[in-house]
Design a protein around this ligand. Sequence first.
Ligand SMILES: Cc1cc2nc3c(=O)[nH]c(=O)nc-3n(C[C@H](O)[C@H](O)[C@H](O)COP(=O)(O)O)c2cc1C
Length: 188
Amino acid sequence: MNTLVVYGTRYGATTGTAEEIAKILREEGFDVKVVNAKKEKIKDITPYDLIVVGTGVALGKWTGEIQDFVKRFETELTQKKMALFVSTGKFMAERQLKEKPTAVEDTRKIDIDDKVAKYKLHPISIGFFGGVLNLNKMNFLSRRMFGGFIKEQMGTDGFNETEPGFYDMRNWEEIQVWTKDLAQKARQ
Ligand SMILES: Cc1cc2nc3c(=O)[nH]c(=O)nc-3n(C[C@H](O)[C@H](O)[C@H](O)COP(=O)(O)O)c2cc1C
């Protein structure tokens, strides 16, 4: 099955997630091309049987390049098998659950459901994944906000820096399980 994994990223999480998804799909026998939509503009999706669209979310917004992609191919995407995954702050919402029981649902609505409706997407599968917090790539204000948050809550909570200033909240097992399930659905 000819497959395109196209993604957009601001802080780098979605690159690793897209590459992991591509690796698993290849192991499942799919022919996969991975494209960072900021670096390469996709002109044509007709050769592909399956399109996997991935994006990071910041301040409730998908990356501009993935918004462009789904708008540009709105009609074609309705005629193809497509899947969607997002790299998000789900891990932060999970930590708010005691004070706010709807925190994860609220995040999912903004990060996924509202956009699926807005761009009229019909994914056969949706991946709702954690991302990274990369203090090195943030501007001063974000670094102050997240730097404080991380030091107070995350370090003691099992999320350690994989390199200075870089916190990785991607759950590789969750991503692998999702991708194997996607491979099955795509074959149906
Ligand atoms: C400034 C900033 C704003 C963010 N806003 C949101 C948000 O509104 N919703 C969300 O789910 N995650 C949010 N996050 C967490 C990101 O989704 C997470 O960092 C993810 O890794 C982004 O994907 P990327 O690394 O591929 O860009 C935010 C992160 C930063 C640094």
